[in-house]
Design a protein around this ligand. Sequence first.
Ligand code: COA
Length: 254
Amino acid sequence: MSDVVVTQSGPVLEILFNRPEKKNALTRAMYAAVEGAFRHADEDPSIRVVLLSGAGDTFTSGNDIKDFQARAATNEAVHASPFLTALSSLATPLVAAVNGAAIGVGTTMLAHADLVVAARSARFVMPFTSLGLVPEAASSLLFPRLVGHQRASALLLLGEPMDAETAREWGFVNQVVADEDLMATARGVASRLAALPPAAVRQTKDLIKNGRGDVPGRIAEELVLFRDRLRSPEAAEAFQAFVEKRKADFSKFS
Ligand code: COA
């Protein structure tokens, strides 16, 4: 079965990260598949809502770290770049159903979702600095706005995890439900949205996101730094430590 499964259920396009043996870590092919599904959703008038979820016990563990290592050796653009553009400009409403870990881009992508349903097991982590990286997906802009400067600093500088209930209190997720109720609840939210007049819904989403005109510029600015960081000795140490299942040692860096 494919690492990304896209199915249409009536007016709802369901996108499933489906690489549970690797905690749904996102490869280049997976980004391309999701980006294609987003574009398809905006082009096909029969699709009124997109629903994003992850298979197994994880939403997604973020970018595949072995892909990061491979990328560091080349000068290629960051894989996630076209995906982030499609995500941040998606006109169709996006509902996310999150269980287990949502790491790195697994969390930052949710700042672009319109409605987020979290299972009690959900845990949001953005460990960019500990990987020698900087934030992406305009999270450096959106998180301070959403949760305030100090909380954003704890999340993005320290990489502190945010549990489901905290995420709800801070306005990052709409509701927290029992794990076994996650998909039924999220599908219910998607169905409610899909039953509303579609043009009014799309225009309302557009208006809500109207104040985000600075997002594309920030995504681009972050990615310039991100690409340099991917090639940094700090990131090389962090990636190698992950592969070797040991704690990274940053003591030698100034
Ligand atoms: N990239 C590549 N492989 C990953 C991965 C990632 N982001 N996340 C998990 N995997 C792989 C593991 O290497 C392991 O592979 P193996 O079975 O071949 O050894 C497999 O997925 C299972 O992961 P494991 O760590 O054993 O599961 P766990 O339940 O103990 O922990 C996580 C799950 C998600 C908490 C942990 O895997 C993790 O922290 N992953 C890295 C997250 C990260 O830093 N992402 C980058 C963000 S910018």
